[in-house]
Design a protein around this ligand. Structure first.
Ligand SMILES: [Zn+2]
Length: 70
């Protein structure tokens, strides 16, 4: 299980909010991220993000490649 966060300030062209695990080198700084919870993989974290209103959540290609779709 790992802790997951979502970047609530998106900068990428298609406007997705990327989901990152705690150990990702691209983890956003504390003021730019929202804590999602503790999950066993990025797919669960992404689902939790969508349940929390981040309809454009997408997994980071580096740490959540299993949940990266766009
Ligand atoms: Zn990441």
């Amino acid at each position: 299980m790992k802790l997951y966060y979502i970047n609530h300030k998106t900068t990428n062209p298609n406007g997705n909010n990327e989901v990152h695990s705690e150990d990702c080198r691209y983890l956003p700084s504390p003021e730019n991220r929202t804590f999602l919870g503790c999950f066993s993989n990025g797919i669960e974290a992404k689902k939790a993000a969508k349940d929390n209103g981040f309809s454009k959540a997408d997994g980071c290609i580096h740490c959540c490649s299993e949940a990266h779709t766009e």
